[in-house]
Every structure is written in structure tokens, then in C-alpha cells.
Design a protein around this ligand. Structure first.
Ligand code: IVH
Length: 697
């Protein structure tokens, strides 16, 4: 049974083996085989389910490579039959063409903000007002976490996302539909009891995504975002949806309204449950409370635990549960009387900024760091805070000697919020013209905010590179910590990462806090790191934009370091998630003479330059041997190999009696003839994918 796409009209003729499809504008007509329609619908349903499992429930069931294979198959079918493309297809999340500007849209009902309660007494005041206004009626509260992002309304018609609108001034917002489509936790299609609904919620960026984004921007010398909220706002309101797509935003829904902007159910708690049922992401940390005391108890618990969360929260939103009571309690000019924001105490403190020092990073970027008079913030002593760059210092108007307000937020590095009082003998910070570490020239390129030391052999850069190389998740060299790296570089024992592999126990013995036992252990650990698999080696090289995940994709796609080093930009882009920017960075890296030399030396030291996939047990292809021949329609050789191996199968180069299947694409070679001779089954890519999904043998 085929579920018709929402906008295409299907006409059957003859024996229903083909369908005539009208495109969404209703003009072109095209014949599409029924099997294609069925496959398209099945792929879409599968992809939707995996999006939900991954982005909403955080419980993926398949590997990224398997997901990509499904997506590519759907893209291929949609390329062949463009009339089948609908706006709710999972392929439509990548971000379309940039626009000139945003169109203003009026909200169905005002998107107001909330009054704040800053302490228990103010929350009790709010409760008293609610009680009095309701004249003795029973009432309950829903307490939710207040996520620090930007609010956005999403309208659905007949189950399909049709419009997404920012809050704007509350009366009118901006149409950001194309950008919202790229946020994976926003369903493009839902099962709804109502023909039209409006969902309101918060677009956020997790702390991790925020820090990664800023690290990347710092490496590129771009201005940094001050906090996850600003970066969520900035990423949602860009004219190019591809940028939003790269930014990994998330959406938590907290209102379920009708097209008139009024609540659809009597109970807000039930609205949240209904949103969850429709597969929206709803924050699980919420509570239905019978009394204000229960709300306070919930608040206290989360105030303590807020740092465990992957996103920033600045308090609770407390709403009366009954939406009929919302109408009775009404609104003031700016906020509802049936809800309030209960703010957690900010993790802030005042202290003296005693000095500003400059640190030099792996890419040579100079970062000013504030040295503070030590102060307690939320139970932790803070003595340093980041100032990002010269422009940030200018924006804050901060000088050495000032009293500043600093803020700590979870595991994020503390930051200077503002100047509280200028110091009496304050003096401005000046970015050094020479690198504080090597004395090399410091340059700030036009249009960049970062100043860089341009000496590629600057010891500070070398130290950072080694630290990165040895770190956990990369080459994992236990014992090779900061203090040791400093000594190794300062004493000239290590001038390049490759020198690590030449160190002997005797070289380490004269160093501070070093004994023979420890030295032996460290040398053993360095030696053992030669066995780390290719993706780790790749990540360890410190190629800009190539982290662990990208390194894994590159290794899987190309199979060896040499293949990656030799590939041109276009070829590099065939690896998953590698776009033009990353591809160019990899390409440039391997063409720089110093890097070439490093790679050669690491090869001589016996590091792993070939990719050896891990054998899987219990997959659908366990015990089966495949041979690949010809060009497959969607998968590259490397991708097909990876998928087979992930599913427990084996890939060999030549056809023999032990071969179970030959997978043939266009222009197959002699392997196909050999398979026929031996009577070995020949299958195509689609069949292979079916087998991997466990649908056929
Ligand atoms: S209810 C009129 N619920 O906080 C009702 N807001 O200070 C207003 N926010 O503009 C929104 N989490 O951006 C609501 N669970 C939540 C929220 C939430 C975060 C934000 C939202 C709103 C602001 C109000």
C-alpha cells in the first residue's frame, strides 16, 4: 500500500505497475514504476524513524554509514524521478539556496515573554496572585526547565511543516522555514489529530556544539560567539540555510497550539505529552506539581544539577496547568499572568583583573587570558577567564586593574561579563607585536579578529601540537602530559612530533620529576601508540577541521593515508560530511613541505597508514564473502566495503568457489564472467542494501 505524498497526485493506469505522477505545481506528468514509489516511501519512513531515534530519543539503531547509504539511495531515486520530491522528504534538510532577506510574518497570537522571579519569595508572590485571581479554585503547575536559546513557532498543515517563524518583536517574526528544516529534531512530517497546529519551542545549541563552533571560528580567525544563546540566534537567522545546517541546532517544543494560536488541549501537561507522541523533542525534565512547594523542590534539585545537562539552562518556567485557567488569569501588556520564569542564581562573582597574558595555540592564534584575583564561584575557585581576542577586549572596554564581573557556566571556561568599576591605575592591554613564546612576528590579517604567530616552528605551536597528538581519543599516550612536553620542547629534545618516537629512556632521565620506572613506562606508551589505527593518526596530525569523526570517515572512504594525501579536493569531498572547506584544508595540508616531511618520518616510524576495519560479529552478513566489480550507482567501493564489513561480511579481491556473492555495477570486469562460470550469484547495489538491512537473503 502506498501512502500518497502530500502534494503529488497519483493516477493509476493499466495493471497498476506504473503510476502517473503530477508534480507539486500540478503541471508535469510522469510515469513512475510502482516499485520505485514503494521504495521511496519505505526509505523515507525508515530515514524519518532513524532521525527520530537519533536526534530526538538519542538512541540510534544504525551506524552513520548505514544511514548515509539509505539517504544516498533516496537521493538517487529522487534525482531520477524529481516529481517525487516533496518538501517533507528527509533529503530536503540539507539547506537550499541562500536568500536575499527574511519575510516578516504575523504571529497567530502574540509570542510574549515572561516575568521573572529571582528568589523563593518572588515565586511565592506569583503563587499568591494566581490563587487570589482564581478565587479558591484548585490549580496545578507544570514546572519545566528554561533552556537558554531563542523561541520559534513551527506551523504544520496536514501533518507537514509549512512555516517556521522567529519570535521577532512578539507580534511579527521572520520566516526562517528553510533554516528550520535543517534542524533534525524538528519533524518535517508528523501524525497529527488536527489538520493544522502551531508548535512553539526553543532553538538551542548544546554546550559542546557551541565550544566546537567557537574553537573552529578561533582557528579561522573569525569573531567568536559570546554564549550558546547568541550562537543559536545567529545560526538560525542566517540567509544561507547551509550554514544553519552545519551548526547542529536543536529544538525543544513547549507549546501545542491551534492555527489561531490558542492551546489545543485543556491541560498543558497533556499538550507536552501529545507533542512527545507526535515525536517532537520535549524536555523530559519536567514535573506536574500540586503546590508551589513542589515547584520549589524541583527548582532546588535542578539548580544543583544544572551543570550535568548538555545545554545551558538559566531557570525554570512555571506554568499553570489548566489552559482554561490561562484565559481566566489573562495577560499584562508584556507577559501572561499564568506563567513565570524562576531564575537560578547566576554563577557570577566580582573580582580584580590582575593581568592579561597571551597564550599561543596550535594554529599560532594568540589568545588573551585574564588572570584574576582568585574568587569562589558556585563552589569553584576561579583565577582565569578567557577574553577571546582583541575585539572582545575592546567590546568589554576592559583594562588591567579593573573590577570585573565573571560568570561560570558548567564546564565552559569562565568568562568576563563586564567591567563593574574601572581600576584606579588601570592600563590598557596591547596585543604584542612579537610572539611571547618565540619572538616571531605577530600578524593580524585584514578582516580577521585573530592575531597569529606566523613562525610555523614556534615552540608554543609545537607544544600544542604534541599535546593534541598525545591526547585521549587521539594517540592516547598516557604520561605525556603538559609538564613533560614543555621540558621536551624547551630542551630541544623534540622538534617535531616524529621526534617522540626517537626518544630513549636515557633522554628522559635528566628531566624533572622523572625516575627510570616512569621513563620506561612513558617510552613504552609512546612505542605502543605506533599501533593506533589510521583514524587516530589522521586526527593526530592536526589538520584544521579534521577531528576524530571526520578522520574516521576519511579512513573508511579512502582506506589509506596515502590515498587521502594524494586525493584532489573533489575526490576528498566524496567522504561523508566533507564539504569544500574541509576538503581544501586537507588538500593544502598534504601539500605543505613541512607536513609532507612529518608524514614521511611518521611512516618510517611504523605508524599505521592503512585502514584495518574491525571485524563485526553477529551482523546480517556474517559468514558471507563478497567480491565487488564495476561502478555502483550510489556507493563508492570503499563505502560498499565498509557497509559489508559493518554488517559482519568479508570483501575479497578475486572470485573463487568461496565467494558467496558478486556485487556488480556498471562496466563490470572479468570478475563477472568468472562468477558466471562458477555459478556464483550476482547481485546489484539495491539488493546488497536490502541484505544489509536484513530484508532478504
Ligand atoms: S514559555 C508566554 N517555556 O524563555 C510564554 N519559555 O523568558 C513564554 N524559554 O521567550 C514562553 N524554555 O525563549 C517557555 N519551557 C519553556 C521555555 C521558555 C525557554 C524561553 C523562551 C521565552 C523566554 C521567556
Amino acid at each position: 500500500m502506498i501512502t500518497p505524498c502530500w502534494s503529488a497526485t497519483y493516477y493509476s493506469y493499466g495493471a497498476v505497475s506504473s503510476w502517473l505522477i503530477r508534480d507539486p505545481q500540478g503541471n508535469k506528468l510522469m510515469s513512475v514504476p510502482q516499485s520505485v514509489l514503494e521504495e521511496v516511501e519505505r526509505l523515507r519512513a525508515e530515514l524519518r524513524r532513524h532521525d527520530y531515534l537519533y536526534y530526538v530519543l538519542d538512541q540510534p539503531e544504525i551506524t552513520d554509514a548505514e544511514y548515509d547509504a539509505l539517504m544516498r539511495r533516496l537521493q538517487e531515486l529522487e534525482r531520477q524521478y524529481p516529481e517525487l520530491i516533496t518538501p517533507d522528504s528527509p533529503t530536503q534538510r540539507v539547506g537550499g539556496a541562500p536568500r536575499e532577506g527574511f519575510v516578516k510574518v504575523r504571529h497567530s497570537s502574540p509570542m510574549l515573554s515572561l516575568d521573572n522571579a529571582f528568589n523563593e519569595a518572588e515565586l511565592r508572590d506569583f503563587d499568591r496572585r494566581v490563587r487570589e485571581l482564581l478565587g479558591g479554585e484548585p490549580y496545578r503547575y507544570v514546572a519545566e526547565l528554561k533552556l537558554d536559546g531563542v523561541s520559534m513557532a513551527a506551523r504544520y498543515e496536514n501533518g507537514v511543516l509549512v512555516r517556521a517563524i522567529t519570535r521577532g518583536d512578539g507580534i511579527e517574526g521572520e520566516d526562517v522555514t528553510e533554516n528550520a528544516r535543517t534542524i533534525r529534531s524538528i519533524p518535517l512530517r508528523i501524525e497529527s489529530r488536527w489538520p493544522a497546529i502551531e508548535v512553539r519551542g526553543e532553538v538551542i545549541m548544546t554546550k559542546r556544539a557551541f565550544e566546537r563552533l567557537n574553537a573552529e571560528r578561533a582557528a579561522q580567525g573569525l569573531p567568536l560567539y559570546a554564549n550558546p544563546r547568541n550562537s543559536a540566534a545567529g545560526s538560525l537567522r542566517v540567509l544561507d540555510p547551509k550554514i544553519t545546517a552545519e551548526r547542529k541546532l536543536d529544538y525543544y517544543a513547549y507549546f501545542l497550539l491551534g492555527p489561531d494560536g490558542q492551546p489545543l488541549l485543556d491541560s498543558h501537561w497533556e499538550c507536552l505529552q501529545e507533542l512527545e507522541r507526535m515525536q517532537f523533542k520535549v524536555n523530559p525534565h519536567r514535573k506536574l506539581c500540586n503546590t508551589v512547594d513542589e515547584v520549589l523542590e524541583f527548582a532546588l534539585a535542578w539548580e544543583q544539577r544544572r551543570h550535568e545537562l548538555p545545554y545551558e539552562t538559566d531557570g525554570l518556567v512555571v506554568k499553570v496547568d489548566s489552559t482554561a485557567q490561562w484565559a481566566r488569569l489573562g495577560w499584562t501588556a508584556k507577559a501572561p499572568r499564568w506563567a513565570i520564569a524562576y531564575k537560578f542564581t547566576a554563577q557570577q562573582a566580582e573580582t580584580v583583573l590582575e593581568n592579561i597574558e597571551v597564550q599561543v595555540g596550535r594554529t599560532g592564534v594568540l589568545t588573551p587570558v585574564a588572570h584574576l584575583r582568585p574568587v569562589q564561584v558556585g563552589g569553584v575557585t576561579v583565577s582565569r577567564a578567557t577574553l577571546h581576542n582583541e575585539d572582545e577586549i575592546k567590546r568589554l572596554g576592559v583594562q588591567i586593574g579593573d573590577v570585573v564581573l565573571i560568570e561560570r557556566s558548567g564546564d565552559v571556561i569562565p568568562k568576563v561579563v563586564r567591567v563593574v568599576r574601572p581600576g584606579e591605575n588601570r592600563r590598557p592591554f596591547v596585543m604584542p607585536k612579537q610572539c611571547p613564546v618565540c619572538g616571531g612576528r605577530v600578524v593580524r590579517e585584514e578582516g580577521e579578529v585573530a592575531s597569529r604567530c606566523i613562525n610555523t616552528s614556534c615552540p608554543a605551536r609545537l607544544k600544542e601540537s604534541i599535546r593534541h597528538f598525545a591526547s585521549r581519543g587521539v594517540m592516547d599516550i598516557d604520561g605525556l602530559g603538559e609538564a613533560l612536553i614543555d621540558q621536551l620542547v624547551d630542551r630541544g629534545l623534540v622538534k617535531s612530533i616524529a621526534d617522540l618516537y626517537r626518544l630513549r629512556v636515557e633522554d628522559l632521565l635528566p628531566l624533572e620529576r622523572m625516575g627510570r620506572k616512569l621513563a620506561t613506562k612513558i617510552i613504552k606508551n609512546i612505542d605502543a601508540s605506533r599501533q593506533r589505527p589510521l583514524p587516530r593518526v589522521l586526527a593526530g596530525l592536526g589538520i584544521p577541521f579534521v577531528g576524530e569523526r571526520t578522520a574516521q570517515f576519511l579512513a573508511e572512504t579512502f582506506g589509506s593515508l596515502d590515498a587521502i594525501a594524494q586525493a584532489d579536493v573533489e575526490t576528498l569531498m566524496t567522504a561523508p560530511e566533507v564539504g569544500p572547506k574541509v576538503a581544501r584544508s586537507i588538500y593544502d595540508f598534504f601539500r605543505e613541505p613541512r607536513n609532507k616531511e612529518l608524514v614521511e618520518r611518521l611512516r618510517q616510524e611504523g605508524l599505521q597508514f592503512e585502514y584495518k576495519p574491525v571485524e563485526r560479529r553477529g551482523g546480517p552478513l556474517e559468514g558471507l564473502t563478497f567480491v565487488l566489480t564495476g561502478t555502483l550507482p550510489n556507493l563508492s567501493r570503499a563505502e560498499a566495503r565498509k557497509l559489508i564489513e559493518d554488517a559482519g561480511g568479508k570483501v575479497t579481491d578475486s572470485v573463487s568457489r568461496k565467494t558467496n556473492y558478486v556485487v556488480a555495477g556498471a562496466d563490470p570486469g572479468s570478475k563477472l564472467d568468472r562468477a558466471r562460470e562458477l555459478g556464483i550469484p550476482v547481485i546489484d547495489e539495491a539488493k546488497l542494501l536490502e541484505m544489509i538491512r536484513g530484508q532478504a537473503a
